[in-house]
Design a protein around this ligand. Structure first.
Ligand code: FRU
Length: 433
């Protein structure tokens, strides 16, 4: 059984292309009980799919690609410091992870690059080009991040530097990086000039956030230290980076309730660090905002917004990333608290905010909630006729290409009241506001 599980997980790594393979070693002392909010099995067990949280089916034949030359997936807008999509001399700008459209979708993470698009009407987007077109981006490839216009009008990008440049063998090291540039616009173009050096701002510390070395002392698990999201707390003016991580320590240091022994390698967390200079180049690592020990191992692309007096923390995850015995859809999940640190409760009781419909369980992914409740995402695998993500990977490159959207999904409008959310209606593809 165990062998089967390991084989399956290794296969998942090949399909999804993200997880690092690690091998077992022996134990050390038990980790102290943490006071950080833990998303519990009890909450996840309450998940029910209903009209309020189930997205409409995506009619792929009616949709348009952002560009025929590239698959795009994780997408984020240039934001003001308050999280609203920014407008620069009449232009809106979005960023997306991309690969040429002949790349097998399951392999896209191995060569991902950030490209940008711009628009005057905020609906139809024009490809601007490669963001780091001078080859200065760190890592052997770049994964998701966020982008803001700072007080002085400077462009700041925060991104995941995955692997090392020119590495001989693809590695899954993940570090958080930043760079700045000037945004230059004409009536019909947007370019980024005067780039700063790229700088690593955060790496896992091993105390709060698992290092690769600690992860390599475990059986097998998804490894994460990625997806930086800039957030300025409107109540205090303090600036933070949120990111996806794993709780620190090795597998042997964790315990789960004895009824759920197979859950030990599920240690996803949402990390946080505070800016200690105005230039946003130095950050102090803080304890995680949320952990999902024994519950979930991959809490991707966290983001935060404030509505009324409450903080809303969102993340996305996959069904196969939940611990054994938990049945939860591919979806957007969220938590709310009256304060930034501590006091979080899962939205809608369970945490589920948006699920793909049962008939098209992988149709979209990487949802991002804008301050006005518009939610964007990309079209992932559609019309897979009951196949799960492993079976999709087994069908071969042609099947994957045929069923992978690689484009923006229709946006959704979400209403958020206290600790309850509801999908109100569908919006047009490409609408961020
Ligand atoms: C989500 C994601 C991110 C990561 C990127 C890599 O779709 O897994 O967590 O940054 O894709 O391609």
């Amino acid at each position: 059984m165990k062998k089967w599980k390991t084989a399956l997980k290794c296969f998942s790594a090949a399909v999804i292309g993200l997880s690092a393979m690690v091998t077992v070693s022996s134990g050390v002392s038990a980790k102290e009980t943490s006071t950080v909010f833990n998303w519990s099995r009890e909450a996840v067990s309450q998940i029910t799919m209903n009209e309020s949280n189930t997205a409409p089916l995506i009619p792929i034949e009616d949709l348009e690609e952002l560009t025929p030359e590239y698959h795009i997936w994780d997408t984020w807008p240039l934001q003001d410091r308050n999280g609203h999509p920014a407008v620069v001399n009449g232009h809106k700008i979005i960023f997306a992870l991309t690969v040429p459209s002949d790349v097998t979708p399951g392999k896209r993470h191995d060569t991902a690059e950030i490209r940008y698009f711009h628009s005057k009407d905020g609906k139809s987007w024009k490809l601007g080009g490669l963001l780091f077109n001078d080859g200065q981006g760190l890592g052997s490839r770049q994964w998701a991040g966020s982008a803001i216009v700072n007080k002085d009008g400077k462009f700041h990008i925060f991104y995941t530097a995955t692997g090392r440049k020119n590495e001989e063998r693809l590695t899954y090291e993940q570090r958080l990086a930043t760079a700045t540039a000037n945004i230059v616009t004409t009536n019909s173009s947007v370019t980024f000039t005067n780039w700063s050096d790229h700088k690593i701002i955060l790496e896992p510390d091993g105390q709060y956030y698992q290092t690769q070395d600690q992860a390599s002392q475990g059986e097998f698990s998804s490894y994460a230290f990625r997806d930086p999201y800039f957030f300025q707390d409107p109540k205090t003016g303090e600036e933070y980076i949120l990111f996806e991580a794993n709780s620190a320590g090795s597998l042997a240091e964790r315990t789960c309730q004895k009824e759920h022994p197979g859950s030990k390698s599920f240690n996803g967390s949402i990390g946080m660090a505070k800016a200690v200079n105005d230039r946003l180049t130095e950050f102090e690592v803080l304890p995680p905002l949320l952990e999902a020990n024994c519950v979930n191992e991959e809490l991707e692309r966290p983001s935060m917004m404030v509505k009324g007096n409450r903080y809303y923390l969102f993340t996305k995850t996959h069904p196969e990333k939940f611990a054994p015995g938990l049945d939860a859809p591919e979806g957007l999940y969220g938590f709310t608290s009256p304060s930034l640190i501590g006091g979080y409760k899962p939205l809608n009781g369970s945490g589920l905010v948006i699920a793909n419909p049962k008939d098209n369980p992988y149709q979209a992914y990487s949802w991002m909630v804008m301050p006005n409740g518009t939610v964007i995402s990309f079209v992932n695998y559609v019309n897979v006729e009951g196949k799960n993500i492993y079976e999709i990977g087994e069908q071969g490159p042609d099947y994957e290409k045929e069923h992978f959207g690689g484009m923006l999904a229709p946006s959704l409008k979400l209403s958020i009241t206290g600790d309850q959310t509801k999908i109100v209606h569908e919006k047009k593809q490409g609408v961020f506001k």
